[in-house]
Design a protein around this ligand. Structure first.
Ligand code: IPE
Ligand code: MG
Ligand code: MG
Ligand code: MG
Length: 281
C-alpha cells in the first residue's frame, strides 16, 4: 500500500515538473521560482484524490486525468507562494525550504504565482476530453480560484467573525480547490450524477483539512510540518474561536460525513475513503 502511494506521488511530481518545463509561454525566472516550491517533497493530496476518484469511476488508465490532477496542485502551489508573502502571512519556510519570496524576492514570487495559474489553466485547456466537458472543467478551475481569492480576503480582513463565517472562509480558501480536484474526473467522464456528492465530499475534506491545519499551527511541530507554527495569532481561525478540543470534534464530525459520502459513492473501504482518512488527520 505504502509502495503504491510512493509510485503515484513520484509520477504526479514528475508530471508537475514536466508541465512547468514544457509550458509554451516560457519564462525561465518564473520557472525556477515555481520549481523551487513545486518540486519540493509534498503530500500532493489534491492530485492524489483526483486520480483515486478517476480509478473509482473508470477502468481507464489515469493518463488522461493526470494533467487535470496536476492543475489542482499548481493552483495550490500558486496560492501558497502568495500566502507566504509579507503582505499576507509573512512566512519564511514552505515545504521545509525557504519560502519562494525569501530566495527570489517578493516581486518574482508574485509573478511566478501568476505564471503558475496560467500553466494550470493551459493543462485543462489542452486535456484530452470532449470540448464541452473541458469548458465546464475550465470554468470549475476558475471558480475554485475565485473562491480561494475570496477566502483569502476574509482570512486577511475579517473582524470578529462568527463560527459559521470562519467555516465558510475554510470552504472558500481550501474546500473549493479540493472540490475541483474531486469532481474533475466525474465531469471529464460525463458522470454528472456523481458531481453533487463529490462537491460535498471535496468541500468537506477541504474544510476538515483546514481545521487540522489550524490545529497544527497551535500544537504542531515545525520540523514535521515543514513550515513555521504559531503563524495564526490574530487570524480568524476555529481553534481561536472555540478552542482546540471543539475544533477537533467538528473536524471528526466532518470526517465521518466524508466516509459516509465515500461509501455512498464507492461502497465500503474504497481507496478514495482510505486516502481521505490520510488527508484528514
Ligand atoms: C492558506 O491557509 C490557504 C490558501 C492559501 C488558500 P494557511 O495560511 O493556513 O496555509 P499555511 O498554514 O500557510 O500552509
Ligand atoms: Mg494564510
Ligand atoms: Mg499561511
Ligand atoms: Mg495554516
Amino acid at each position: 500500500m505504502y509502495e503504491h502511494y510512493r509510485i503515484l506521488v513520484q509520477m504526479i511530481q514528475a508530471e508537475v515538473i514536466r508541465s512547468l518545463k514544457q509550458h509554451p509561454l516560457k519564462n525561465e525566472v518564473c520557472l525556477e521560482a515555481a520549481l523551487h516550491i513545486a518540486s519540493a517533497p509534498s503530500h500532493l493530496w489534491r492530485p492524489l484524490l483526483c486520480i483515486k476518484v478517476w480509478h473509482a469511476l473508470t477502468r481507464e488508465s489515469h493518463q488522461r486525468i493526470l494533467p487535470i490532477a496536476c492543475s489542482a496542485e499548481l493552483i495550490h502551489v500558486a496560492s501558497m507562494i502568495l500566502d507566504d508573502l509579507p503582505c499576507m502571512d509573512n512566512a519564511k519556510i514552505r515545504r521545509a525550504k525557504p519560502a519562494c519570496h525569501i530566495l527570489f524576492g517578493e516581486g518574482i514570487a508574485a509573478l511566478s504565482s501568476f505564471w503558475l495559474m496560467d500553466v494550470a489553466q493551459h493543462l485543462v485547456h489542452k486535456a484530452d476530453f470532449p470540448k464541452p466537458r473541458l469548458d465546464v472543467l475550465e470554468n470549475k478551475l476558475r471558480a475554485a480560484k475565485d473562491f480561494m481569492i475570496k477566502g483569502q480576503m476574509v482570512d486577511l480582513e475579517a473582524v470578529n467573525p462568527s463560527v459559521e463565517q470562519v467555516i465558510e472562509m475554510y470552504r472558500c480558501k481550501s474546500g473549493a480547490l479540493y472540490a475541483y480536484a474531486l469532481t474533475a474526473p466525474a465531469i471529464a467522464l460525463g458522470r454528472e450524477e456523481a458531481v453533487s456528492l463529490l462537491t460535498e465530499l471535496g468541500e468537506s475534506v477541504g474544510i476538515a483539512y483546514q481545521m487540522a491545519d489550524d490545529i497544527f499551527d497551535v500544537e504542531g511541530d515545525k520540523n514535521v510540518l515543514g513550515k513555521e507554527v504559531g503563524m495564526d495569532a490574530g487570524k480568524p481561525t476555529l481553534p481561536r474561536l472555540i478552542g482546540l478540543e471543539r475544533t477537533r470534534q467538528r473536524k471528526n464530525e466532518l470526517k465521518a460525513r466524508c466516509f459516509e459520502i465515500c461509501r455512498q459513492l464507492f461502497g465500503p473501504e474504497s481507496e478514495v475513503e482510505q486516502l481521505v482518512n490520510k488527508v484528514i488527520v
